[in-house]
Design a protein around this ligand. Structure first.
Ligand code: ACO
Length: 344
């Protein structure tokens, strides 16, 4: 069996729509105020897809930028995973992106794990690349994308949700590295909280007429929008993310005989749902605000699966040698964390 190799990010990219949705504009749409939004969420602007932009175009643009940044031929990518919740159709977004990038035989599939979908994508690629190396001695590359068109599923007459979300995409090419390796990953799902954050209910509606094979779907709901119990989500989110950071550190220590602690973490990218959640996670981990990424939530709102890889680009080249953690939670409740080094 070959020696283990280091696998990490070799290239990063993102795409943000041109169109900026400000708090002032939301004041014209629903009964809200800039003051309320900033105080309760920290969000000042979000990007919203406009004509000519789509989930596919954003994912392709972010991926192209990551591949260019990695300096590799796209045909060397053997696995593509796209974290996305708002595609809601087939064929998978991954198959469309794979074709657009010209990487015909890669294993390409979407992952739907709420706002943690990018973390789940990275974990799957990391495990697969490790397996390909250990089992076949093959050094391969993977492409993880987080992309989301939250504006598609947002009800712009519901002030309790429409101020929160934005669109965008981020991507990472993952492969063999000299430094800047992924140290450990951890993911989990707590289905007991699934009802706190949902999109529509048509999946739950049973066949009403077995003979005619008719569905009741349109009579039951015509509300294809995200709904959530915000304050309950808030409480579970903080608890879950803090515990997942501890779990990923513990997994790394147990697998490698190390004694890393929270004090060794230089920087954290928490899912950018709400500035108060981001701050609460930082405080629980005893990290000063400069060690906790928060520009994403202020500038782009909650971009769900895209929020962490979008954030990487804001710090590109600034954190050499850091030990960092990405941590996310979302619908499901699916959550998880990645512990990694940044390249020297
Ligand atoms: N403008 C003004 N007032 C508002 C607005 C608004 N946009 N939205 C709600 N309010 C009002 C409410 O009606 C309520 O009024 P009332 O007291 O008269 O009833 C009051 O503000 C307080 O409402 P709360 O919901 O208790 O406010 P809270 O401080 O909890 O903030 C928020 C709400 C921002 C949604 C918060 O709970 C939150 O961020 N929760 C987490 C959400 C989240 O992270 N979701 C993850 C999604 S992840 C995914 O997978 C998509």
């Amino acid at each position: 069996m070959p020696e283990r190799i280091k696998i990490g990010y070799v290239g990063l990219g993102r795409y943000l729509p041109e169109n900026i949705l400000t708090n002032a504009r939301l004041e014209q749409i629903v009964d809200t105020s800039d003051e309320w939004i900033v105080q309760r969420t920290g969000i000042r602007t979000r990007r919203i897809m406009g004509p000519g932009e789509s989930l596919e175009s954003m994912a392709v643009a972010a991926a192209k930028s990551a591949i260019e940044n990695a300096g590799i031929d796209a045909r060397r990518i053997s696995v593509v995973r796209i974290g996305v919740n708002t595609h809601m159709r087939f064929p998978s977004l991954s198959s469309l992106v794979q074709e657009a990038l010209g990487i015909p035989d890669a294993s390409a599939a979407d992952i739907s794990a709420g706002c943690s979908s990018f973390i789940f994508s990275v974990e799957e690629i990391f495990n697969r690349l490790n397996f390909e190396w250990m089992a076949f001695g093959k050094k391969s590359y993977g492409l993880a994308v987080g992309t989301e068109g939250m504006s598609i599923v947002t009800d712009y007459s519901d002030r309790s949700t429409c101020v929160l979300f934005g669109d965008g995409a981020g991507a990472a090419v993952i492969g063999p590295v000299a430094s800047g390796e992924i140290l450990a990953t951890y993911t989990r799902t707590q289905g007991k909280y699934a009802g706190l954050l949902e999109l529509d209910k048509f999946m739950h509606v049973p066949l009403t007429d077995q003979r005619e094979m008719r569905f009741q779907r349109l009579e039951v709901t015509n509300y294809p929008y995200l709904r959530m119990e915000g304050p309950k989500v808030f409480a579970v989110a903080v608890r879950t993310m803090v515990s997942d950071v501890r779990m990923v550190i513990e997994r790394y220590n147990r697998a490698n005989g190390q004694q890393l602690t929270e004090a060794d973490i230089d920087y954290v990218y928490p899912h950018q749902a709400n500035l108060r959640i981001v701050r609460a996670v930082g405080e629980a981990l005893k990290l000063t605000p400069d060690k906790v990424y928060s520009d994403g939530v202020k500038n782009y709102g909650n971009t769900s699966a895209a929020s962490i890889p979008i954030g990487y680009i804001d710090n590109l080249g600034k954190h050499r040698g850091n030990t960092e953690v990405d941590v996310a939670f979302g619908a499901g409740f699916a959550s998880g964390a990645i512990l990694r080094k940044v390249a020297e």
